[in-house]
Design a protein around this ligand. Structure first.
Ligand code: ATP
Ligand code: MG
Length: 313
């Protein structure tokens, strides 16, 4: 079932470009990945079949892979189980299938933890203009899309509207304190390195990614606060995924997930039919289908099996 926007009998917490978040109670949130898609920061009017379920189940899969490295917020990504836990959702079970994640609610650190293993996007732009990344000098002679070893940790602040602002690690320390900052950087690097190695064996380059962390007291509200990995994790929406077989530094790489969409939109721009702002052009059926196929393909490659039509993993 396609979903453009959800309307659930729970208190809305936040609506992002792609995800709708609800409060379940004081301790839990429900994250719902819709089938919305954005490109060049504009949300399209059409939906991409299966995209929401793919995104949620990719996060669920990664969290299970990473369980021994980091505490995470997932309570369940199995819709039947979620509906048993939250009976108000009973009438919405079908539309939620595969796309909902019941999560432990945390206090999110106001910093996006970006890790870059390849030089691309805004990082390439900064390096080309100033020879720096996140304000710090980087070796000379790097080309666009070059691999970075070790990866670079380049935090950003979470801006409510528009673009996030890159900040230095020093600024991050000032914002959240030295000890949290150190722990978030260590965890981000460790998770990214583990993730990039796993993905590489499956023909996918994770060029860069963004993590969010929260903190919460251990169950019962007693004891010290622990760092918890939250939000979506190593998905094509929070990361740059490149096909490894066509990787070639020296220029930009195609995007594994959104390239059919980007190509179409670029052509519309060049033809003078779209100025790059909302409203976007209407997407033809073949572009929608090709994009849906890309998401399903990424899921298959990563996990080694097809997305269960019932979404129940
Ligand atoms: N366990 C959690 N506890 C508290 N907040 C959480 C948790 N997990 C995720 N969040 C928050 O939920 C929100 C997810 O919505 P967000 O606006 O990022 O949606 P999105 O579809 O990714 O949109 P955008 O493209 O604008 O980022 C974020 O603000 C994130 O910090
Ligand atoms: Mg987000």
């Amino acid at each position: 079932m396609l979903m453009q926007a959800s309307s659930l009998p729970l208190k809305p917490f936040r609506r992002g470009k792609v995800r709708d978040v609800y409060e379940v109670d004081a301790d839990r949130l429900l994250l719902v990945a819709t089938d919305r898609v954005s490109a060049f920061d504009v949300v399209m009017d059409e939906t991409i079949p299966r995209k929401g379920a793919v995104l949620t189940q990719i996060t669920a899969w990664w969290l299970r892979q990473l369980e021994d490295k980091v505490k995470h917020h997932m309570l369940s990504a199995n819709t039947a189980e979620i509906v048993r836990e939250v009976p108000q959702l009973r009438e919405h079970e079908q539309e939620l299938e595969g796309r909902a994640m019941l999560c432990r609610r945390t206090t999110v650190f106001p910093v996006e933890c970006v890790v870059r293993g390849y030089l691309s996007g805004s990082a390439w732009k900064e390096y080309r203009e100033r020879g720096t990344l996140a304000g710090e000098a980087l070796g000379k002679g790097l080309r666009e899309s070059d691999r970075l070893d070790p990866p670079i940790f380049s935090p950003a602040t979470k801006a409510d509207e528009g673009h996030d602002e890159n900040i230095t690690v020093d600024r991050m320390r000032t914002l959240i304190g030295d000890s949290w900052a150190g722990e978030l950087e260590r965890l981000s690097r460790e998770i990214y390195e583990a993730g990039r190695a796993i993905a590489a064996r499956r023909g996918i380059i994770i060029a860069d990614t963004k993590f969010e962390f929260g903190r919460a007291r251990s169950t019962g509200g007693q004891g010290v606060e622990k760092v918890i990995l939250v939000d979506e994790v190593l998905t094509p929406d929070s990361s740059r995924f490149w096909p490894a077989d066509s990787y070639e530094p020296g220029h930009g790489q195609p995007s594994f997930d959104k390239q059919p969409l980007r190509d179409y939109l670029d052509a519309e721009k060049r033809a003078g039919r779209w100025d790059g702002n909302y409203p976007p052009p209407r997407l033809p059926k073949d572009v929608i289908e090709a994009t849906s196929e890309r998401y399903l393909d990424i899921f298959r490659r990563l996990t080694g099996h097809s997305l269960d039509p019932n979404g129940s993993h």
